[in-house]
Design a protein. Structure first.
Length: 495
């Protein structure tokens, strides 16, 4: 009888897999917790009941956790009594199983190492569940793929947030880092410890944009928030060659670069748009645009970006391009899809909190533009038109999470031509530092060149009083007795 040939068909490895688990280690950990009264404090931040694979081990750890939080002793007898109290003793195998757990353990010396193994197994199981749910929904033809993509992003982001953990440090290395920053500040001109803004008085008050800070730049429409952000980006990336990421959720990348060209080349935005440049302007364009070529500015104009997608891209930019500062225009256009929220306020709160977490994780400043609500329009007088922290739109959490809140305010827009100190406000913008967790608050006056989408130090240029495009008034050096200029139209700088 001929010998039957063996079937050499490969076995598909995607089937028949066991869930990641380490039940033997689970028993060792539980046993160690019952023989060492200090063991729970070592693993309490690593483990929770869901970390254990066996349901009965979950219940036993829950009992140990309950006893520890109540500051009661943890041993074989107290755990058995607690399980009796919770009516789960028989479910876990009775007193015999509890005694068995501790009988094979002589020391808790390796409990932290063992606990981290269990943590990894639990995370692997969570990822399998996540992938399985997404796979099942992807096979359902009735599911919108775009919505599923957003849900997948949100679920994975939520999973990663839950599993982020920062170990504590003894003070000595932190002291060394703080002293190093102090020495660098002492050696630099102006005492800058962060990324320079390019604005002298603003740098004096802030010492530059600081690592891990979340900075909110807010204002009503027509105040020039985007123009200010772009002026900052130009100063930082072009003048100081600091790699900068700019996430534009509103304008596309060409519109954004057109504004930068207008800023650098001193050509009005309208002419950049219609191409009607005279010979001198063409020469100026050719001469000055070289400053932008090769500049370390990285622009992403993905509309409706989720916080998860931003985090992924920001991580890659910091790792691959050495980005030192991130700018977002603007916060309210972001979303946290994939998670469920009772209101838009809750979603914005999650976004602002996530931005602060991202700034800390990447150790770079994040500057996020934000809208203000309409309350300011209904208030009267000089002080009434001045923005307040309570005007931040959609969420008080923005104020809470931010290390610094700046308002871009142009009193001239409201026909207010002098401040309380008698400073001429025509052609000027107030950068109001309303919150500063690490320093002083106050106002910084800058020249505003609306036709060039540019903010400048007042000492850098003297602007002759003229009327710009679309009837916009441009000037900062008029006397208080000069006739009132027409109100600005701001078609060049709507935000």
């Amino acid at each position: 009888m001929p010998e039957r040939r063996k079937n050499n068909t490969p076995i598909d490895p995607s089937y028949g897999h066991l869930q990641p688990q380490a039940t033997d280690i689970e028993r060792v950990v539980l046993g160690a917790l019952m023989i060492d009264k200090d063991a729970f404090s070592v693993v309490s931040e690593i483990l929770n009941p869901e970390t254990f694979y066996e349901p009965r081990n979950q219940k036993i750890y829950q009992a140990i956790q309950t006893l520890s939080l109540a500051e009661k002793p943890v041993d074989i007898m107290t755990v058995i009594e607690e399980l009796k109290h919770e009516s789960t003793l028989e479910e876990v195998g009775g007193p015999a199983y509890i005694i068995e757990l501790s009988s094979h353990v002589v020391s808790s010396a390796h409990i932290e190492y063992h606990s981290r193994i269990l943590k990894q197994k639990h995370l692997a199981r969570q990822l399998i569940t996540y992938a399985s749910n997404i796979e099942t929904k992807a096979f359902d033809e009735g599911v919108d793929v775009d919505e599923l993509m957003q849900e997948a992003e949100g679920a994975l982001f939520e999973l990663s947030q839950k599993n982020m953990r920062q170990d504590y440090l003894q003070i000595d290395p932190i002291l060394a880092q703080a002293v190093d920053i102090l020495q660098k500040a002492a050696a630099s001109t102006g005492g800058l410890t962060g990324i320079p803004t390019g604005y002298t008085k603003l740098d004096d008050m802030t010492a530059g944009w600081q690592q891990s800070d979340l900075v909110i730049i807010a204002g009503r429409p027509a105040m020039g928030k985007t123009a200010f952000a772009l002026s900052l980006a130009k100063n930082i990336a072009v003048d100081y060659q600091v790699p900068t990421a700019f996430f534009s959720l509103e304008m596309n990348n060409v519109q954004l670069v057109n504004r930068l060209i207008s800023n650098v080349c001193e050509i009005s935005g309208k002419k950049i748009l219609n191409g009607q440049l005279d010979d001198e302007e063409w020469k100026r364009l050719d001469r000055n645009i070289r400053a932008l070529q090769g500049a370390p500015i990285y622009i992403d104009d993905t509309p409706g970006m989720s916080i998860f997608e931003l985090r992924t891209k920001a991580r890659r930019l910091v790792r691959e391009k050495g980005v030192k500062i991130i700018m977002i225009d603007y916060l309210q256009l972001m979303n946290a899809n994939g998670a469920r929220f009772g209101s838009r306020q809750e979603e914005v709160s999650t976004i602002s909190r996530s931005l602060k977490t991202l700034a800390k994780e990447l150790n770079v400043p994040i500057l996020a533009l934000s809208q203000l609500n309409r309350t300011v329009e209904n208030r009267e007088g000089i002080d009434g038109k001045r923005p307040q922290l309570s005007d931040l739109r959609e969420s008080g959490a923005i104020e809470q999470d931010a290390d610094m809140v700046l308002f871009v305010h142009r009193p001239e827009y409201y026909r207010i031509l002098q401040d309380e100190k008698g400073n001429d406000l025509r052609g000027m913008a107030q950068i109001i530092i309303a919150k500063h967790r690490k320093g002083a608050t106050g106002d910084v006056l800058l020249n505003f060149r609306g036709e060039f989408t540019r903010f400048q130090n007042p000492e850098d240029v003297i602007i002759a009083p003229v009327h710009g495009m679309e009837g916009e008034f441009i000037g900062s050096k008029l006397n208080s007795g000069d006739p009132l200029p027409p109100p600005p139209v701001d078609e060049q700088v709507p935000f």
